[in-house]
Design a protein around this ligand. Structure first.
Ligand SMILES: [Zn+2]
Length: 466
């Protein structure tokens, strides 16, 4: 019998059906088709509305905490089992297994006696876990993202997603925008702290429940609401949209083309130092010891604090940038990865850590800019990673020598301009971003607004669709 490694061809048709049924234990389609999935089609959002997520802290009762612990564990187990099923099916049998078939396999796991504990968790929640896996796999084919990894207990965040059929929502008539949320398989509503109300009268589309590394519980509520775009920002001539170039860096978190620099907040620096100290300590503690567990918990709490402070600070920054500008230009984050240092010890490990914290800040910054541009009718231009934003002189466009990371200032050999490295990069980004913006804007029929995101790599598609 031939080794499957010698047969790279994909197996399809009846043979594939047979392998799925007899070898992989995925039940026949007809038998389970009707009851396993109904409310799962990702629904299109209502026209004229934007999706928005509101996040609240809640305090579970002991029995709710127990049930959530089971739910998180089951979600992780199903994710990993789904991943193993799909990878194994391909590697051993050259059969590709999709989302719907994973769901049928899940039905089988829930019925099997040794994994019957899965029945204590709502099936729609587990199906969402498979959907996240499916999304991660699809994304890994589209862009050079990593193929999904197994979720590990202490490394991945605890989370579970409830679609509309997985929770009950009763709005409080006295305090519109707040109400009672009861999760599937739970009898009592959650004790949610409504730090601000949801828009009155909305019905949440989806909920996700998380427990962070500091042991705090949060509920994120996805709603569809009407968000009014902001009035467009034009320069005084009335034609040129107001634009800003945003350079992301390590020395300053953000540098704008007008020379403004926004650093990492001092509080974060303090936390980072503390984090580095704790992590050095962790390496000295014995694996599996109680001391190590405690150290890990403290690190988790600190990470949670850092991400809270960072999110708040970035929210203020991105709101300001989006309010004041019509076009915002950033560089593709992939370019930053090119500069990444290999992990090391001592000083280099410290650099690696502040590096990874900065990475997270840039990711969060881009995420916020993206959705705020969409909400408020702005355009975010993401410039290609091959654009020489640092090396080009923003005065005469001569390409200079490549600069070491430590060189903060340089003089253009052609025109003699003295540049701050990051301000020069931001000015170049702004200029290149506006070139791309006009390329798209001039291809659109009059009166049509440019899209909320213009990305160099997707420019051809945008222009074709115009
Ligand atoms: Zn020059």
């Amino acid at each position: 019998m031939a080794d499957t490694a010698d047969q790279p061809e994909r197996v399809t048709g009846e043979e594939a059906e047979r392998i799925k049924r007899d070898v992989l234990g995925i039940a026949n389609r007809k038998k389970h088709h009707d009851r396993a999935f109904t409310a799962l089609k990702s629904r299109a959002k209502k026209p004229g509305t934007q999706q928005r997520v509101y996040r609240y802290r809640f305090y579970p009762t002991p029995s709710q905490a127990e049930q959530l612990k089971k739910t998180f564990g089951a979600c992780r187990w199903v994710y990993n089992e789904g991943l193993a099923l799909r990878v194994g099916a391909w590697e051993r049998h050259r059969v590709s297994v999709g989302y719907a078939e994973s769901c049928r396999a899940l039905t089988g796991w829930r019925q099997a006696s040794e994994t019957g504990w899965l029945r204590e968790v709502s099936s729609t929640v587990l199906q969402q876990s498979l959907r996240h896996l499916d999304g991660a796999i699809t994304r890994s084919f589209k862009q050079p993202a990593k193929y999904p990894q197994r979720k590990r207990k202490h490394r991945s965040r605890d989370s579970a997603t409830y679609v509309r059929t997985g929770f009950q929502w009763v709005e409080n008539p006295d305090l519109p925008g707040t109400g009672r949320v009861t999760l599937a398989k739970q009898s009592e509503p959650l004790d949610v702290r409504w730090s601000r109300p949801l828009p009155a009268g909305v019905v949440p589309v989806k909920l996700s429940v998380t427990r962070d590394r500091a042991g705090r519980y949060f509920i994120s509520v996805l709603v569809e609401e009407q968000i009014e775009p902001l009035p467009a920002m034009f320069l005084s001539d009335g034609h040129e949209p107001k634009a800003v170039g945003i350079d992301l860096g390590l020395a300053a978190l953000v540098t704008l083309d007008d020379g403004t620099k926004v650093g990492h907040p001092r509080l974060l620096r303090k936390y980072e130092k503390e984090l580095a100290r704790l992590q050095r300590g962790l390496h000295r503690k014995k694996k599996g010891s109680a001391n190590r567990g405690r150290a890990r918990e403290r690190i988790g709490r600190l990470y949670a604090l850092i991400s809270d402070v960072r999110r708040d600070m970035l929210n203020q920054l991105t709101t300001r940038l989006v309010r004041e500008n019509q076009v915002l230009v950033v560089e593709d984050l992939a370019i930053m990865n090119l500069l990444r240092q290999a992990p090391g010890t001592g000083r280099r490990r410290r650099t690696g850590l502040s590096r990874s914290i900065a990475d997270a800040a840039w990711g969060e910054l881009l995420r916020q800019l993206r959705y705020k541009c969409e909400w408020y009718g702005r355009t975010l231009v993401i410039v290609d990673r091959f654009f020489p934003s640092t090396r080009r002189c923003s005065d005469c466009y001569t390409k200079g020598p490549s600069l070491d990371l430590s060189e903060r200032k340089w003089t253009c050999a052609e025109c003699g301009a003295v540049h701050d490295r990051d301000v020069n990069a931001a000015r170049n980004l702004r200029e290149e971003g506006m070139r791309l913006y006009w390329l798209v804007a001039s291809a659109l029929p009059p009166g049509r607004m440019p899209p909320p995101v213009i990305k160099t790599t997707e420019l051809a598609e945008v222009l074709l669709a115009a």
